[in-house]
Design a protein around this ligand. Structure first.
Ligand code: NCD
Ligand code: ZN
Length: 349
């Protein structure tokens, strides 16, 4: 990191959790990510989901061909497969051999947007998880139980006890990323877990607590899953992200949805942050007095955990206030980006 008070220059970051969608929607949002990040772990929750290596390869090709000419060759999509009750061990072997698949995503069925094809009982995936363990293919976990009897705000905490802890015991060599953690319990779990367990943290969970869902009325654009939590949990995430601990790293979970799906009688979950993602993280680290630890969190810990090389080029942020647009194109639709119409303090140079 090479800083003056008004300019930060550091190794180009990667986004270890991103929803790009497909088609024209993808074409609209992709440049926001590519201008900032060199690589991104691409979530497989399309409709229908990406469940085979062949589908992942085709999706990857669509992403690369959607890059505008001036950004061509500047982005590496790191693909994932969507784990289902019927994902076979052979599919894991194919995924590993392909060299393009970096993880297998576990969505408990019904946990979040486009997760109906997810796993109904992890016990059904034994042979597949054994193969992942053998081939060192990471499991990326949406860590929430779907039991309707469990309070929405407790679903992550309960997931740790009911699913994650037994899973790690059953597969002592499995590498796991606990995605978009939101609670103090998750932070403590990762801190005390073995080295094969890491977690991603979003910008919005570092910036907002659950009051943001209700300030001045119901705020559908602050609704995501896992849902925002109490301030004490935000504080715990902030401490973890800025602690320098190598098993916490950046994952935006930027999840674009058309305005009309968010502002509806049944508003869907997902916050779009790709338009100012690295700027938001810089702001959060600055407020915590920890800009010196920004680069490791955004650019080192992720590739180190995934066993990939760190990026060699650099980006710069300048201290300059700019107004975030009220709306962003999403194919033929529009979306409302995080902090729409308000200001960001850092600007991409
Ligand atoms: C994601 C989406 O929209 O695909 N939504 C979200 O609230 N994060 C799904 C997910 O990652 O849970
Ligand atoms: Zn996600």
């Amino acid at each position: 990191m090479n800083d003056t008070a008004d300019k930060l220059t550091f190794t180009r970051p990667d986004d270890w959790h991103l929803h790009l969608r497909d088609g024209n929607a993808m074409r609209s949002v992709l440049p926001d990510t590519v201008r900032r990040f060199a690589r991104a772990i691409i979530m497989p929750n399309l409709k229908p989901p990406i469940v085979t290596t062949e589908q992942a390869a085709a999706y990857r090709a669509r992403i690369l061909s959607a890059l505008p000419a001036e950004l061509a060759g500047r982005f590496e999509p790191l693909m994932t497969l969507y784990l289902t009750d019927t994902t076979s061990p052979e599919e894991i072997t194919r995924a590993r051999a392909s060299g393009i698949v970096q993880g297998i995503k576990l969505y408990p069925a019904g946990a979040t947007t486009h997760s109906d094809a997810g796993v109904t009982d992890i016990a059904r995936c034994e042979a597949t998880l054994e193969k992942m363990e053998e081939l060192d293919m990471p499991l990326l976990v949406h860590g929430e139980v779907v039991d309707p009897a469990v309070d929405v705000f407790d679903r992550e905490k309960i997931f740790i006890d009911r699913v994650l802890t037994p899973l790690l015991q059953r597969f002592p060599g499995l590498r796991v990323v606990f995605e978009h953690i939101t609670t103090r319990e998750a932070v403590e779990f990762v801190q005390t877990a073995p080295n094969r367990i890491a977690a991603t943290i979003t910008a919005h969970h570092l910036m907002l607590n659950r009051n943001a869902l209700f300030t001045g009325g119901l705020q559908p654009h602050h609704y995501c899953l896992p849902v925002l939590k109490r301030e004490m949990h935000r504080q715990a995430l902030l401490e973890a992200a800025t602690s320098g601990h190598s098993r916490f790293f950046l994952g935006t979970d930027s999840a674009p949805h058309p305005v009309r799906d968010k502002e509806s009688a049944c508003g869907c979950a997902g916050i779009y942050s790709a338009h100012a993602a690295i700027e938001f993280y810089a702001e959060v680290f600055e407020q915590a007095g920890r800009l010196d630890r920004l680069e490791a969190f955004t650019s080192f810990h992720g590739p180190d955990f995934y066993g990939l090389p760190r990026n060699t080029d650099r980006i710069s942020l300048i201290r300059e206030s700019w107004q975030i647009p009220e709306q962003v194109e999403l194919g033929e639709e529009k979306l409302i980006p995080l902090r729409a119409g308000e200001h960001a303090r850092w600007k991409l140079a």
